[in-house]
Design a protein around this ligand. Structure first.
Ligand code: GDP
Ligand code: MG
Length: 163
């Protein structure tokens, strides 16, 4: 069976941008897209001849703070239940937040393979700020820019290594 990679993280950290980068095409989610649920979208990814299914969680992100928290938790649970590898995206510009810590705790307890992708680092030099993400206790964050396409190869290497 094809490995499943689930992308999780707070709204606006860049999950969908990274998803589009990994699957190599732009998939837009709109309210009335057929076959697309409100909170997740699937596509096939490939790297070095290995195929896998990528799931972008989040979908149409609500504005309301409470709904956002409950959705994030539900999505993290869904990822824990279905994923072989969980791609936990954090915002390297915003820094570590309490919500990141909550998600990180859930994921860590699950015992699933988790890769932390520290996104929005748009320049080749890694800023010192990213080291705070080690506090998540999920290993070394992989520094990427989904928008600029930086670090994506290293990230995909790490993903396929785990299945
Ligand atoms: P999602 O809500 O987690 O799916 O995040 P999106 O992919 O929709 O991106 C949220 C915002 O962050 C958008 O304005 C993106 O253009 C921006 N963004 C995504 N990736 C990057 C990145 O690598 N660098 C920067 N500077 N902005 C990014
Ligand atoms: Mg999104």
């Amino acid at each position: 069976n094809r490995a499943i990679v689930c992308i999780v993280g707070r709204p606006n950290v860049g999950k969908s941008t990274l998803f589009n980068k990994i699957v190599g095409k732009r998939i837009a989610i709109t309210e009335d897209t057929p076959g697309v649920t409100r909170d997740r979208i699937y596509a096939e990814g490939e790297w070095l001849g290995k195929y896998f299914t990528v799931i972008d969680t989040g979908g149409l992100e609500p504005e309301n703070e409470e709904i956002i928290m409950s959705n994030i938790k539900r999505q993290a649970e869904m990822a824990v239940d279905t994923a072989d590898v969980i791609l936990f995206v954090v915002d390297g510009l915003a820094g570590l937040t309490s919500t990141d810590r909550e998600i990180g705790n859930m994921l860590r307890k699950s015992g699933k393979k988790v890769i932390v992708a520290c996104n929005k680092i748009d320049t080749p030099k890694t800023p010192d700020e990213i080291y705070e993400f080690y506090e998540l206790g999920l290993g070394e964050p992989i520094v990427i820019s989904g928008e600029q396409g930086l670090g994506i190869g290293d990230l995909l290497d790490e993903i396929i290594e785990s299945f």
